[in-house]
Design a protein. Structure first.
Length: 117
């Protein structure tokens, strides 16, 4: 999954009405806490492929996910500082980092909602 995919998912989630977001959040929370109930037991990757053959892939995925989280956290922090410390407008932020405009827009919207509470 690319950082752009994560941003796209977050953006689509933010466009969903709040009551629907709450339902999705509760479903994800339930699945995370209680596991997903399926009628059959799918084999684990280790049942299909020896661990030695996927070790490099696992490490690459670990690093990729860590990079995505790090980059997303960094941009979220940047948006917060620009918006609330430097008092920049959304348009100023979008002009400064146009490559991550969707993420900036999503974070700006999220911060607005958080500050309402």
């Amino acid at each position: 999954m690319r950082p752009a995919d994560v941003v796209a998912f977050m953006w689509e989630y933010m466009k969903v009405p709040e009551n629907s977001r709450e339902k999705v959040k509760n479903l994800l929370k339930d699945a995370n806490e209680n596991g997903v109930k399926i009628s059959h037991q799918a084999p684990t990757l280790y049942d299909v492929v020896p661990k030695e053959k996927i070790a490099e892939f696992e490490e690459l995925m670990r690093k990729t996910i860590a990079d995505i989280v790090s980059e997303a956290s960094s941009v979220a922090c940047w948006v917060y500082v620009q918006k609330y410390v430097k008092h920049k407008t959304l348009n100023e932020m979008l002009q400064e980092l146009p490559d991550v405009s969707q993420f900036i827009l999503a974070m700006d919207t999220w911060f607005e909602k958080l500050m309402e509470k």
